[in-house]
Design a protein around this ligand. Sequence first.
Ligand code: ATP
Length: 473
Amino acid sequence: MVINLKQNKNFKLFKLVSAVAQQNNQSVYIVGGFVRDLLMKRQMPTDIDFVTESSGIYLAKKIAQEINPKLKVSVFKTYGTAMFKHNGLDLEFVGARKESYSEDSRKPSVETGTLEDDQKRRDFTINALAISLNKENFGELIDPFDGISDLQNKIIRTPLEPLQTYSDDPLRMMRAIRFAATLNFQIEENSLEAIKKEAERIKIVSMERIMVEFNKIMLSEKPSVGLKLMEQTGLLPLIIPELTALKGIEEVEGQTHKDNFWHTLEVVDNISKNTDNLWLRWAALLHDIGKAPTKKFDKKNGWTFHGHEFLGSKMVKNLFYRLKLPLGSDMKYVQKLVKLSSRPIALIDDGTSDSALRRLLFDSGEDLEDLFTLCKADITTKNSSKQEKFKKNFEYVAQKIKEVEEKDSIRNFQPPISGEEIMEMFNLQPSREIGILKEKVKEAILEGEITNDKEEARSFVIEEAKLLGLKIN
Ligand code: ATP
């Protein structure tokens, strides 16, 4: 089969690569994700991998020289690869290689090989497709493992024996699930079985690499597809056991609770319809993790999960640390949303007093909209009249919050009276009293005793200071 590359916007580049390779008596092929996405008519990737049955580094340098002698080529000697950027593309060149693995590492020992050796070492048949750029068969698809049929039938299959393939490099297990999830493909039966058998070997893969794949699953259209596969193959309990601990329904005295694992997956799918924000999706994934350790049953209250939001938000930090996810503002954002995740619902149940609304505004600040997005996604009842009721109640709370916000500007709360002003008013040095007075002002505003206004705050401070035995200057 010959692929017509003339239509491709990189045609000129391919011709140039072809010509330079020929001048240097080297073979050259496009390989991997670019070929897959080209045949699937997906959006063209911006990285293109080329293989040559000779030195990739030499060829990269020659091609870069031809394009622009000033182009900077990055060389990775240990991997025998070289890359450079051109017209917004990352072009990578590698010498065809043969790999063999040892038990305890996913880093193979490498020898030079033929194109077919190189195709064999690739993870999936759909990623092992190559297109020749050689003069004698320019554009010919080279597909020794019938990857084209797997592309058409939407199947993830390994070129070689699956057990060996996954055992050699267990990251491929995550990649199989990631491709299944993002491309909407099925993992072929033997592969799925092999992943189940080899799941434990994921432990030799660095957490950073696992998370790259995991986050691609989280950003897919329906993350539950990948998450379910991870659960089914036994990978999820090895990576995030806090999530699989939510699985199951217990019954005591005829009373049950919902299965919080399957509920969580639904919440993640729901939120993914409304946001591409990775960390908001993570907040949905983790919003109930505190439920497993706080679950209790007693005759009076039935099943309860008291304080699960608080514990859950504490768990977020350990989890992010273990998963090597960023520990800065993204983690804090997820923590905050987990902690607040039940508050809007509680507001609906308890009636919407202005002070409760002000407190929610104060605690959520600029993340209020995201909190609402999370809470809406959390409505997974199948009862449509209940769903309607919940949604209406939410709109009501949102409206009330808007009114309170307009009146008191709590969202980006700045104290109407500063510590320096208080010090000046009472001729004080920095001291505990100033902190106490500032806190009282904040509380009085949140409780609605005074409005967020400088004059009111001044009068209030004077009264409160008297109680502390302070005299105005
Ligand atoms: P995407 O760009 O969506 O991540 P990709 O297929 O281009 O897809 P890369 O990670 O850039 O993914 O890998 C490029 C190619 O290298 C793959 O198509 C595959 O042929 C090969 N490859 C990558 N990782 C592995 C692996 N762990 N084992 C075997 N082959 C791999």
